[in-house]
Design a protein around this ligand. Sequence first.
Ligand code: NAP
Length: 242
Amino acid sequence: MPAAIVTGSSRGIGRGIAERYAADGYDIAVNYHTNEEAAEETASRVRSAGQEAIVVGADVSDPDAAARLVEAAVDAFGGVDHVVNNAGIDQHVFTEELSPEDFDRVMDVNVNSAFNVTKAALPHLRESGDGPSIVNISSILAFEGAPVEVHYASSKGALLSLTKSHATDFAPEIRVNAVAPGHIETDMVSDRTEEEMAEEIARIPVGRIGQVEDIADGCAYLRDAGFVTGETLNVNGGELMR
Ligand code: NAP
């Protein structure tokens, strides 16, 4: 069976991607940082879909932990065919109050982790017979910027450059693309008030907040789209047109 690693798949978008890849016939390495119980729930959903799952606790901003995640997947599944670099954190703070340490932490988790996991998985992806792919999860804020989360927006912009650089570097064997979600209903945005949500929905042409399945659909498309590499798929209900 082909296998995929989905970083940060204990919750939210990562869990949605893990479930979708499992439904499409992939064994899944479920990764979490702090929330083992939630990761076990993702794994049990993968198994319910008839696929194998392993659960690996690893802070993927740490290169050694990222390598351990990849090794665990190779040990369990005999290889790695697809990677989704989804793990990410956010923090709302203006530049005046933003510490260099917090700036670095967001860059580490959102950008360095994708580099770390990709680098560790590279030799295994090169051996895959499944049309191997990498999908990096960016954000609409890579295009819009965000004064109250400059480190987050910057990290998501950097991921797009990483995507193009790796797409060129790893061609033709491995395709590398990005999905840039708009506002998706997960824990990451659960602090919004009802009023803020209504304002947000008013900015989205399709008239609703996105769901994790919307992002999973985009990832599955890019995983299978043999003539697409170095691209960013915007999945935001049309918000970027505004
Ligand atoms: P979420 O609900 O907060 O979940 C974040 C996931 O990342 C969790 O599984 C968490 O693990 C994991 N994680 C965090 N730091 C990690 C680390 N150092 N190592 C390994 N795993 C780590 O977030 P989400 O909304 O699903 O977001 C997923 C991705 O989509 C992120 O890259 C985010 O920036 C991006 N995105 C989200 C939105 C949105 O509106 N939700 C919009 C644009 C882009 P634990 O459970 O163990 O903490």
